[in-house]
Structure formats: C-alpha cells, structure tokens
Design a protein around this ligand. Structure first.
Ligand code: DX5
Ligand code: ZN
Length: 230
C-alpha cells in the first residue's frame, strides 16, 4: 500500500461539537478523504455519542463521503435512518449481529457501502463467509467506546491476515484501521495492509490545528513507504 492510496478519515468524535460544521469543512479543505462518524448507544459500548441528526448536520457541510461506524446493538433497526441521513457507508460490528449476512444485505439495499468491524478479540476468520457482501472491513485497534486510547500493536497480525484474505478473494475491499492512529502507528498499520486510516485525537486535537494533523499523518505515511522500498 502506498501513501497516495492511503485514505485519511478524520473521526469527529474528537471534534469541537460547538463548531462541528466549521471543523468538518476544515478537515475537508485539508484533504481528508472521508469523514468518520462514531455512533455509540451506551449498550454495545460504555459511551453514548450521536445519532442520525448529527449525520444529517454533517451531510449538509460535507462533500466527501460519510463513513458511519455503528457501535450499537441491533443495528438493523437503524440502518435506514442512517442511510437517509446521508451515510455513504455503514459499518456494523460482527459482535452485534446475530444475522450478519442479512444485515450486510440490508445496508446494500439501503444504498450504502457495507462495512463490518471487528473488536480486538474477534478473529479475522469471523469474516471468512461474508467477504462477498462486504466493501469495508474496520479493524479496531482499541476497544471501542472512546477516543484517545493507545493502539493495540498485536492487531497488526490480524491486519495482515485480513489483507491476505482480501487479496485471495480478488475483491476490492478496503481495510480500515480504527483507534490510536498517530504519526507513529500509521506506518505500522500501512505496512500491515490498511488502506484507510481513521484518526480522531491526532487530527481534531492537534496543537497546530486540523490541517497540521492531517498533513503530519500524510507525511508519516509517505515516510513509511520510503522505508518499505529501501
Ligand atoms: C473508537 C472509535 C474511533 C475513535 C478513534 O471507539 O471507533 O473511531 O474515534 O479515535 P482516536 O483516533 O482518538 O483513537
Ligand atoms: Zn470508529
């Protein structure tokens, strides 16, 4: 994976919600490829964040795709709402879906790209039978629920396994890495096969601002490529 192909997806979880529209616009101007929106219900994860109204508000400002990550139980109950609110892709958790195959079909039927996320404890093999219905795989590199946590380095093995599975499948499936991404960990994630880097804290809470945060990640990704080639 080369850095030109790596997509940067800022997660608004770390944004200033009092100035959300402005912050999304700034991330976009700075070259973000997607806007990642973390939906939490206080049941699947021990935190509550936002719902379809916020997705709708972001959709009014954004011209880049909205990547909606559902950390909720029974996600099938809300797919249509999120699709109607402006989501371009909807990711559900494998651990939250008894009938994952059906739910992925419902996301597709709602007109969105179907994504599936794996908690740190879930193996790559959990996706073996659904690769045909998936366009995005989200590899959680923290336990979901909060921004600002540390990257679990043991997840690189799973990233590599998934990269090999995707290549074997011959399908154009993107692999997201989500949690603890910064200038040090982005290169590790790229080397292991990630194609989309989701980053909250190091973009929206960067001391020099959002554009500097994105620029630093891009630079780190480019260096990772140079190292890989040498
Ligand atoms: C965690 C969320 C992540 C989070 C990443 O549950 O899924 O998307 O916003 O935040 P940072 O980059 O701060 O780890
Ligand atoms: Zn997320």
């Amino acid at each position: 994976m080369t850095s030109e192909l790596i997509k940067i997806a800022p997660s608004i979880l770390a944004a200033d919600f009092g100035r959300l529209g402005e912050q999304v616009a700034r991330a976009q101007e700075a070259g973000a490829d997607l806007i990642h929106i973390d939906i939490m219900d206080g049941r699947f994860v021990p935190n509550i964040t936002m719902g379809p109204m916020v997705v709708e508000a972001v959709a009014k400002v954004a011209t880049i795709p909205l990547d909606v990550h559902l950390m909720i139980v029974e996600p099938d109950r809300f797919l249509r709402r999120f699709a109607d609110s402006g989501a371009n892709s909807i990711t559900v958790h494998v651990e939250a879906c008894t009938h994952l195959h059906r739910v992925l079909g419902q996301i597709d039927a709602a007109g969105c790209r179907a994504g599936v996320a794996l908690n740190p404890h879930s193996p790559a093999s959990a996706l073996g039978e659904v690769l045909d219905c998936v366009e995005i795989i989200n590899v959680m590199t923290v336990n979901p629920g909060f921004g600002g946590q540390s990257f679990i380095s043991g997840m690189t093995r799973k990233l590599r396994t998934l990269r090999a599975m995707v290549e074997d499948s011959g399908k154009d499936i993107e692999i997201e890495v989500d949690g603890g991404i910064n200038v040090d960990t982005i290169s590790i994630a790229i080397a292991a096969g990630a194609t989309i880097a989701i980053a909250g804290t190091c973009v929206f809470q960067h001391e020099q601002g959002i554009a500097a945060g994105i620029e630093e990640l891009r630079r780190a990704a480019a260096l990772a490529d140079a190292d890989g080639e040498s």
